[in-house]
Design a protein around this ligand. Structure first.
Ligand code: SF4
Length: 347
């Protein structure tokens, strides 16, 4: 079976028409790749368009304020990637005069660019013969060739990269990498559409009924459960927020005063906790609405959040010292975790 030729033939008539495919500009390719690491294509397109319009060049992105980038990124999650996007843009401007390095090796010296992204940029922009393997590529190769090494292990990665390097047609490197992505997104999906697959006759997994167990499962990660209690304080038209600055999730995003408890706590009992008492000391407060519970799933954490809408006639000292007082109508001007914007949308 000539896998590359069959894949390229399929791609000729089945290539997905996506906005970032019509460019060989490494900046736009990079932008699309970073966004697509976060979300599905359909959801990623509006983000890509917004970023491209607001920051048409890497220099424009480098010059932007991080808050604006985080605001545009809002909803994609993994905010560290948005911060890296900014840092990488600045590195390109400062160290490479605003021009992307032209080889995978040099691209890898940039802070926010890993092996996959470097290979994608170099092969799409300059047709460098290097395989760009993402989840799609691993899935297809593991099924077609019956590779049972988990792609997230060192030896698995090495094996997949060696095979892909041998398969890659040097003169069509970019198209081959693109074809893997398109094929993995439409035919050899996690639940593969084998009855429509032109590669079925040469597929190891199809012949051996192993499509459901390949690629081999990634290592399990432990999911941490956290309990957040957010206090949406209202003093007249004002409210209070602050920037998260600790080494934790959502660094640099803004949030309401937060009490985190080790275990689930009945909302009615929260005012009895020492954290609540320290925050309000002798100042009066009134919980205005039934606390609003929201569950939020991150890759390694499950957040059980409860939002308390609280009216206060005066500002407690701790709040005045540690929080920013803003108009409630200004909340959408600050980058916030999706969890908080979800709450605000329903308030
Ligand atoms: S036959 Fe099924 S498992 Fe094999 S490559 Fe095609 S879609 Fe993937």
């Amino acid at each position: 079976m000539d896998f590359p030729a069959q894949l390229l033939a399929w791609h000729k008539t089945n290539s997905r028409d996506l906005p970032w495919k019509h460019t060989s500009d490494p900046y736009k390719i990079w932008l699309s790749e970073i966004i697509l690491q976060q979300t599905r294509v359909a959801q990623g397109i509006p983000y890509y368009i917004r970023f491209k319009e607001r920051f048409p060049t890497v220099a424009a992105l480098a010059a932007a304020h991080i808050d604006e980038i985080l605001r545009l990124w809002q909803g994609l999650g993994y905010y560290s990637r948005a911060r890296n996007l900014h840092l990488t843009a600045q590195q390109i401007v400062e160290q490479h005069q605003g021009t992307f390095p032209k080889t995978t090796k040099e691209l890898l010296t940039l802070k926010g660019i890993g092996p996959y992204t470097a290979a994608a940029i170099a092969s799409f922009a300059w047709n460098e013969p290097v395989p760009a393997l993402d989840g799609n590529g691993y899935r297809i190769l593991s099924r077609i060739f019956g590779i049972d090494a988990p792609p997230d292990t060192q030896h698995g990665k090495k094996q997949f990269t060696e095979i892909a390097t041998q398969l890659l047609p040097p003169e069509h490197a970019g198209t081959f990498n693109q074809a893997l992505m398109d094929f993995g997104s439409t035919i050899c999906t996690p639940k593969p559409v084998c009855d429509k697959c032109p590669l079925q006759s040469g597929c190891h997994a199809f012949a051996h009924h192993t499509t459901e167990i390949l690629p081999a499962k990634r290592r399990r990660t432990t999911i941490r459960t956290r309990h957040f209690h957010y206090l949406y304080l209202r003093r007249g038209t004002f409210t209070f927020i602050r920037k998260r600055t600790k080494k934790d999730i959502w660094n640099n995003l803004y949030e309401f005063p937060l009490i985190e408890t080790n275990r689930a706590t009945n909302p009615q009992k929260l005012p009895a906790t020492p954290e609540w008492k320290t925050l309000f000391t002798q100042h009066p407060w009134h919980i205005n609405q039934t606390p609003n519970a929201l569950k939020h799933q991150l890759s390694h954490q499950t957040i059980h959040a409860t939002f308390y809408t609280i009216d206060i006639p005066e500002t407690p000292e701790q709040i005045a010292n540690e929080y920013l007082q803003i108009q409630q109508t200004e909340l959408n001007e600050y980058p916030m975790p999706r969890l908080l914007t979800l709450f605000l949308e329903n308030t």
